[in-house]
Design a protein around this ligand. Sequence first.
Ligand SMILES: Nc1ncnc2c1ncn2[C@@H]1O[C@H](COP(=O)(O)OP(=O)(O)OP(=O)(O)O)[C@@H](O)[C@H]1O
Ligand SMILES: [Mg+2]
Length: 220
Amino acid sequence: MPKTVKARHIKVIVAEGRKGGIGKTTTCINLATALSRAGYNVGIYDVDSQGTLAKWFNNRVNKKGIKDDPYYIPLDQDNLADGVDKADKAGFDFLIIDTPPVEAKYLTHVTTIADLVIITTKPSGGDLDAVTDTVRAVRTAEKPFAFHISETRTNSVALIDTMKSLSSFGPIAGNTRTLDVFRELFTYGDTLFEAAPNSKATLDINSMRIFVEKFFNGDN
Ligand SMILES: Nc1ncnc2c1ncn2[C@@H]1O[C@H](COP(=O)(O)OP(=O)(O)OP(=O)(O)O)[C@@H](O)[C@H]1O
Ligand SMILES: [Mg+2]
């Protein structure tokens, strides 16, 4: 009798964008927490040598005493696929991986283990140029992707133009409006769910979470 291979349950989301400071790490921490609060078991991991996501998690543990919302999974960068299997067996539903802003050894590799790549950009021409490079790399790896537009202003011309340009490449997972409190999140190990739970930006993050759930349920 052939041995039945159990399908992998865990979904790997990789946050990409080949430009600095466009909101990749911010996407990771808020989306991970949104999924965690919706009842999923969520792991996060940082392949960016700047270590912003890992530092955020340390602040979260040390300053807030939170270590499981989401969990930081210390994977082996040279053996990511194995680490994903282990996280799957450990019962994780999602693994969200943060990446560096420039092409680097681990960025190319990490794309190959993604089930969904979220490409973040700000709604400005200069930032949009970087999207083309990122889309090209993700298409080469034959991975599905969706866009996240960060630091938006409702109904601004820049946002409308950006949405028009991006939708010719692929779906938009969400927009996150500009809010000063975002800039405090790293220092205190917070997410919007603690720092501004009733803000419209928190609704934005939850909309992106719903996009992700629908994507993996095949409803998008
Ligand atoms: N919606 C928002 N409103 C206001 N500030 C934001 C928003 N999203 C992100 N920021 C701020 O923009 C800055 C850059 O965000 P972040 O560190 O997530 O970008 P990044 O793409 O991960 O950067 P890097 O390429 O250096 O890793 C941070 O100070 C963050 O707080
Ligand atoms: Mg970052």
